[in-house]
Write a protein that binds this ligand. Structure first.
Ligand SMILES: Cc1cc2nc3c(=O)[nH]c(=O)nc-3n(C[C@H](O)[C@H](O)[C@H](O)COP(=O)(O)O)c2cc1C
Length: 176
């Protein structure tokens, strides 16, 4: 897809129809994500692909705000980083997650970021447990030295998303 079209089409999509994402599409998403640049070429990003509906429904409970929508997603990809190879894992993982979301647009898929790193399980409990702990309990195979940035919930959009609203670019643009 033309880059300008791709950028214009990107929206956070939180409602998906029942169609599963074909394996060959998942493979292309993973390949695109893994092409992301990384600090000192450290390739610190690791992904976990989740298609089991029961597991995705459990993931939706990681927080009491902003994650419930993912329970009906046919696909979720955890974006993680190996902290033992670079202290820039979070930046690397953020670039990977962004490329993953753009690759979704290119494949005709909708996606939405579900934040994990540093996020609380319950908004009203600032000293309470973190979403990270919930996810580690659900996936005990994740090594301790992996940081977990986010899950990207993915599926075919149930609706045609509105175009991106106008943004006050001038207010955020600085010249010297
Ligand atoms: C770092 C980051 C964290 C986000 N976390 C969540 C989240 O936990 N839950 C959610 O529903 N959306 C989340 N989003 C999506 C934003 O809410 C969304 O990008 C924003 O409202 C703008 O809408 P748009 O993506 O359609 O342009 C996140 C986006 C980013 C970049």
């Amino acid at each position: 897809m033309d880059f300008k079209k791709l950028i214009a089409k990107r929206r956070s999509i939180r409602k998906y129809d029942a169609r599963p994402v074909p394996q060959e599409v998942v493979d292309r998403l993973v390949a695109a994500t893994m092409s992301a640049p990384s600090s000192r070429n450290s390739h610190s990003t690791h992904l976990m692909v989740i298609t089991n509906p029961e597991t995705i429904a459990r993931m939706a409970e990681m927080r009491d705000y902003g994650s419930a929508f993912m329970k009906n997603a046919p696909l979720a990809i955890l974006v993680m980083g190996d902290q033992s190879v670079t202290d820039k894992w979070l930046v690397n993982a953020s670039i990977s997650a962004t490329i993953l979301q753009l690759a979704c647009v290119d494949e005709g898929l909708g996606s939405c970021w579900v934040h994990i790193d540093g996020s609380l399980q319950r908004k009203a409990e600032p000293e309470g447990p973190k979403a990270d702990a919930f996810v580690r309990e659900l996936f005990p195979e994740i090594p301790d030295h992996f940081g977990i940035l986010c899950a990207i919930a993915i599926g075919y959009s149930e609706f045609e998303p509105a175009p991106l609203p106008e943004w006050d670019v001038a207010a955020h643009l600085h010249h010297e």
